[in-house]
Design a binder for this molecule. Structure first.
Ligand SMILES: [Zn+2]
Length: 439
């Protein structure tokens, strides 16, 4: 692999790809070479979330805002983000949650238009379960921000009795100030800022309603213990269960698991078969069943994928043979790489790297690289270095990159260029990981 896979300045295409992936090189490019030729891309990213997987990855807004300011586009972007927040969600821009992240980044860097937009944007979401901009205002202004948020939400709660917000801007700021500091400040403000009382009462009621995490876990464990194989099979057949609860699979007695496997092997419908099989990705029945191996050649792609993941749990020469066959054929879009998880021997990477055929679809690439990460993440030898570097370079997902970088740092094998770039990565964990690395 190229010892340093990029050079600055980036081309327009490389810059677009780097902002989408959250790679530090996008910020480095702007800091060293300005925004000429990419300024429209930056403004666009500030209004439209480019994140590959917003559900799994960290919020992209603050990082994009940082790039905009470094590019000298802070004023333009602040105006546009403020206008978009005022306008409300539409097809031309991301939702308020994303825009508030961009605005926070700009406000922190002295853009008062963005600060005002956050304060103006403090309002309940469509479901009236949370308040947009609440977290950002407290993040920006600390205790003063918290008092403002508490007062505004308290006033809204008084005007909308019976509302049950899911958020608690007390819990969001651990690290910025302690919960105790926040509670003391709020208690002191009750006399002079009446609506704060309504906010505090609401928090107290919400806390009383909420069962403790321990109680919730115990109740769920009892519920899962009470589920028989028949219950689970009925759930699959009636489509009431879209996935078998992992907790049930993990705690089921071995005999129940064997019976569940037998019921699976009687199933013909590919969608139900896939549902059974996905349960066995979390726990294997002792002794490899030849019928499970045959499912790896099923006509249905989803069944084959699930069978590969179930087979990956076995250390077995037949599974290794299948892993090699699939890899040699350049097949890794259906979790075939997982087959190496327990069936790899030293030196396999040298073969694997010549067989890998990366898919073109971004989702397929993400899954294949996640599998590669799983296979090499716990390998303490130098053989893991190149696959981990490939994951960090090619994954479209900043969360996967973070895992690969953390591992490379732990192995003391993160190259200097990677450490340098990761200091500007979108993901705080990646930045932290290299903060402790030699440079
Ligand atoms: Zn990922």
């Amino acid at each position: 692999m190229n010892p340093r896979p990029f050079s600055l300045p980036l081309s327009r295409e490389q810059f677009a790809a780097a902002t989408r992936a959250g790679l530090g090189r996008a910020l480095m490019h702007v800091a060293q070479h300005g925004a000429e030729g990419v300024d429209d891309l930056i403004v666009d990213c500030c209004l439209r979330d480019p994140t590959f997987d917003p559900q799994c990855e960290c919020a992209r807004g603050p990082w994009i805002g940082e790039i905009a300011v470094a590019a000298g586009l802070g004023d333009i972007v602040a105006e546009k983000v403020a206008a978009a927040l005022r306008r409300g969600p539409d097809d031309a821009c991301a939702g308020p949650g994303y825009l508030c992240g961009v605005a926070l980044s700009l406000a922190r860097r002295g853009h008062d238009v963005a600060r005002a937009a956050l304060y103006e944007g403090l309002k309940p979401d469509d479901d009236q379960l949370a308040f947009f901009a609440a977290d950002e205002i407290v993040e920006l202004d600390g205790i003063a921000g918290l008092l403002h948020v508490a007062e505004q939400i308290g006033a809204w709660l008084s005007a909308n009795p019976g509302s049950q917000l899911h958020c608690s801007p007390l819990d969001s700021f651990v690290g910025r100030f302690t919960r105790n500091e926040a509670e003391l400040a709020l208690a002191a403000a009750v006399e002079s800022r009446t609506p704060v009382r309504a906010y505090l009462d609401h928090l107290k009621e919400a806390e009383a309603r909420r069962a403790s995490p321990g109680d919730q876990r115990a109740a769920r464990a009892a519920e899962l213990r009470g589920m028989s194989v028949d219950d689970v099979v009925r759930g699959i057949e009636s489509a009431a269960l879209r996935r078998v609860p992992i907790g049930w699979v993990r705690q089921a007695p071995v005999d129940a698991l064997r019976e569940f496997a037998e019921r699976m092997h009687c199933e013909q419908d590919p969608s139900r078969l896939g549902c059974y099989l996905r349960a066995f990705a979390h726990r294997a029945v002792p002794d490899l069943d030849a019928r499970l191996l045959r499912l790896a050649d099923h006509a249905d792609s989803a069944v084959r994928s699930a069978a590969h993941r179930a087979l990956a749990l076995y250390r077995d020469r037949q599974v290794r043979a299948l892993a090699l066959r699939r890899a040699r054929a350049g097949r890794h879009r259906e979790h075939e790489l997982q087959l190496f998880l327990n069936n790899r021997i030293p030196g396999d990477w040298a073969r694997l790297r010549t067989w890998l055929r990366w898919p073109t679809d971004e989702n397929d690439i993400h899954w294949a690289l996640m599998d590669l990460l799983d296979v090499f993440q716990s390998d303490p030898t130098d053989e893991a270095v190149e696959p981990l570097l490939i994951v960090s370079e090619r994954t479209p997902c900043s969360a996967c990159r973070s895992h690969a970088v953390e591992r490379l740092v732990k192995l003391h094998r993160a190259p200097d260029w990677l450490i340098e770039e990761c200091r500007f990565d979108v993901d705080e964990r990646t930045r932290t990981a290299v903060g402790t690395a030699a440079f």
